[in-house]
Every structure is written in structure tokens, then in C-alpha cells.
Design a protein around this ligand. Sequence first.
Ligand code: HEC
Ligand code: HEC
Length: 298
Amino acid sequence: MADFISGFWNMYVMGLVALSILFCVFVLVSNMTKREAGEVQLHGHVWDETLAEYNNPLPRWWLYLFWITIVFGIVYLVIYPGFGNHNADRGEHSQYYAEMQAAEAKYGPIFAKYQSMDLAAVAADPDANAMGKRLFLTYCAQCHGSAAQGNKGFPNLTDDEWNWGGEPEAIKTTILGGRMGVMPAFGPALGGEGVKDVANYVRSLSGLAHDSLRAQRGQEIFAANCVACHGPDAKGNPMLGAVNLTNKSWLYGSSEATIIETVTNGRQNQMPAWKDFLGEAKVHLLTAYVMSLSKEQK
Ligand code: HEC
Ligand code: HEC
């Protein structure tokens, strides 16, 4: 149960279990009528003209079996523990804890060795990269792809283009602390035509086909609205994650329609922080692995 992302499902299951048990108790209690001596009650239904049914209480032994089942269920829940394990499976006596301790004893020194090495040296070490790759496939591939080639909104990590800086320390800072790229929506401010003009200018920056009249008008719009983040040369700003608009690498896409969508509605995406979850040693290895990916391309 501890694997649920939010506590809600724990509470939900616990609530259901508690309600079911209470319901069983209620049913039993409401059927605990005693028979008065000598009295014979009938149900009142008559079948086939004369066939009636005694309304006898449930047999005692049968009822007790039910009570025993309920008590067994509660004891089982407590001991198992089925009633929300509340970190019990991560406690010091758990199998999980023992395995983590064993892994720490085995890999701790290896992580420590790499952590004390320069990032460039780790990136050149095949064993370190094999470990980095395993970490990447476990923690990063769901967003960046198993080959780190990225996807719409998720940057490609194998090229030489970096939205947040490609120096080893910048990459490490990205992974440790996460990043949040916020491109504001300009639809209301620029209007449909204005957006289309600036989109054509953006396309012209990387040599893509564009309407030159629109691009000319777009250049002014760009100078007035976009240079604060993307820079006067549109080469981006790694402090803000404002992407370079002059190259062939696109986070969301280069088609006119996509750029119009980006500029009209804005874009926002988040790279989670890994410092607390993975710890610095693993992030060190991952940084080196990410560095090795863009080296391979050269
Ligand atoms: C939940 C999805 C998600 C996961 C998981 C994830 N990332 Fe990211 N990552 C992103 C997004 C989104 C961005 C881009 C943020 C932005 O600028 O909008 C990003 C950006 C980056 C960047 C910066 C790229 C650049 O151009 O500067 C690096 C490096 C990176 N991630 C590495 C990793 C590593 C290593 C892991 C695994 C520990 C990881 N990411 C896991 C979503 C994710
Ligand atoms: C407040 C800073 C800021 C301003 C102002 C800004 N941008 Fe951006 N822009 C960003 C950031 C940050 C991103 C990356 C968004 C992300 O990581 O999800 C971005 C992304 C983009 C993209 C997506 C590129 C791709 O690779 O898919 C385009 C296109 C773009 N901006 C164009 C513009 C234009 C045109 C303007 C002016 C009208 C503008 N931006 C103004 C910060 C800004």
C-alpha cells in the first residue's frame, strides 16, 4: 500500500475494510433474536397453498462461526498488517530495509568513489556510464525517452543544445534542483495577426520557410516582447530556460501552427528535482551519463 502516490487510496481502502466489518457486525447483531420458549413463528409467506416456513433464529453455532470469522479478520488485519502499513514495510525489521542496507553496503563505496571524481572523468568511465544508464532508465526514461532523445515538451538530452546550460555543473544543478520553464501567453496582447507575424519571424531565425513581409513585422514585435527572455539575438537565456530560437532543436515544434500555439497560449513544463529522492551521489553519476550522451553524438 505504501506504493500509492497519495495517501487517499490508503484511506479509501481502509475505510472500505472498516465499513465492511462494521456492516457484518450490524447484520449479525440484528439477527441475534432469541426464541421465546414454546413459541413457534411463521414467516407469513405461503407457497403451494399450504407450505409455510418457520421463522427460527439462526443456529447458535452458525452465528458463532460468523463472530469468529470477524474476530479472525480483525486480528489478521492488525498482524498482517493489512490496515495501512504506515511505513511498517520500510521499518528497520522489514525486508525492504534489509535490502536497502545490503545495497548501500555494496554500492555505497562505488558511488562515493565516483562522487569524488571530476564529472568529466566519470563521464569517460564505461562502468560509471553503465550504472548511470540503469539509473536513467529507472528514473528519467519515462519523460526523456529510453534513448534520452526527448519528446514534445521534454528536451532531447543527446544533442548539444541546452536550455538550462550544458556545462557539467549546470546539468548537475538542473537534475538536483529541477527546472521550470515558463513561456507566457501572448495571444491576448498580440492578437492573431501579431502572433502569426512573430511566428514567421521565429521561423526565419532558423532558416525555415516563412512569409518575409510577416517576418519583417514580426521582428519588431519580437524586439518589443520577446528579447527580455530569449535575448536580442534570440539565442535564449539559460537562467530562465528560454530556449534558443535560432537552432534546429525544438522543444515543442517548429511548424508555423505549433509556434502560433506556443506563442498564443504559452508553455509551461517542469523538470522534477532529484536531490532528496536520489541523493547527490546518484545525481553525480546521472550528470556524467547525460554528459556522455551528447559526447557520443560528436
Ligand atoms: C516528469 C518528467 C521528467 C522526469 C522524470 C525527468 N525529467 Fe528531465 N526534464 C523534464 C522537463 C519537462 C524538462 C524541461 C523543463 C523546461 O525547460 O521546460 C527537463 C529538463 C531536463 C534537463 C535540462 C535539459 C536542457 O536542455 O537544459 C536535463 C539535463 C534533465 N531534464 C535530466 C533529467 C534526468 C537525468 C532525469 C532523471 C533523474 C530526468 N531529467 C527526469 C521532465 C522530466
Ligand atoms: C518570460 C520569459 C519569456 C518571454 C517574454 C518569451 N518567452 Fe518564449 N519561452 C520562454 C521559455 C522559458 C520557454 C521554454 C518553455 C518550456 O520550457 O516549456 C519559451 C519557449 C518558446 C518557444 C518554444 C520553442 C520550441 O523549441 O518549441 C517559442 C517559439 C517562443 N518561446 C517564442 C517566443 C516569442 C515569439 C516571444 C515573444 C512574443 C516569447 N517567446 C517571449 C520564455 C519567454
